[in-house]
Design a protein around this ligand. Structure first.
Ligand SMILES: [Zn+2]
Length: 204
């Protein structure tokens, strides 16, 4: 089967515990140090098998790394890994999962070949918020719970606030509204993308 490595943690004797996202399941598997023939890294898409042994954590076997050409571009690889780490935290403790998340990573991996990495992540995050029913396309202040008429401040999960309620940088209302509605960042400047990327990194 195929999956994305969400998390790698050290166990005893340099063995690894590897968390892998597949379409329907997040697997937590044991990888023996002695068995390492292929590299395991955060964000890798791999083909693999699971060996079940009664009473033990299932083992990760027969790994093939299904590489992406853009992984050689360090800046893209780092942004991808950052997003994967945030996603792993977001999905922590979940075992059975909707195929949306696997498909989202498939889509991101494809887009990264051609598009700006931070824009891809922000657009994908908007899709994730929408899927989870957490996307707010009309601006209401999370502090005073009244509508926002001016340019909104955005905080974690792209929630909005009045700049008088949360004194932080504001974003152009129309451009943000478009980006949220269509999961499309084409009208946003690089500087605005950087601002949104900073917010995204506070946690999904
Ligand atoms: Zn307010």
């Amino acid at each position: 089967m195929q999956g994305y490595i969400l998390k790698v943690t050290r166990a005893k004797n340099e063995d690894l515990i590897v968390t892998i996202l597949t379409p329907a399941t997040i697997h937590t598997l044991y990888r023996f140090y002695g068995a390492r023939h292929s590299t395991i890294n955060l964000g890798y898409k791999i083909d693999f098998e699971i060996e079940y042994t009664l009473g033990y954590m299932p083992k990760l076997r027969r790994i093939t790394h299904l590489g992406f050409s853009w992984l050689k571009t360090l800046s893209k690889a780092l942004i991808w890994q950052r997003f994967i780490t945030l996603l792993a935290k977001h999905l922590e403790g979940i075992e059975e999962i909707d195929p949306f998340y696997f498909e989202l990573l498939e889509k991101i991996a494809k887009k990264l070949a051609k598009q700006d990495a931070k824009r891809v992540m922000i657009e994908s995050y908007i899709e994730l918020l929408r899927f989870e029913g957490r996307l707010h396309t009309h601006f209401e202040c999370l502090v005073c719970e009244t509508p926002i008429q001016e340019d909104p401040v955005l905080v974690r999960a792209f929630l909005s606030a009045h700049s008088s309620c949360i004194p932080k940088r504001t974003f152009d209302r129309k451009k943000i509204e478009y980006a949220m509605r269509y999961a499309d960042t084409q009208f946003l400047e690089d500087e605005e993308i950087e601002g949104l990327w900073q917010i995204l990194q506070e946690g999904l």
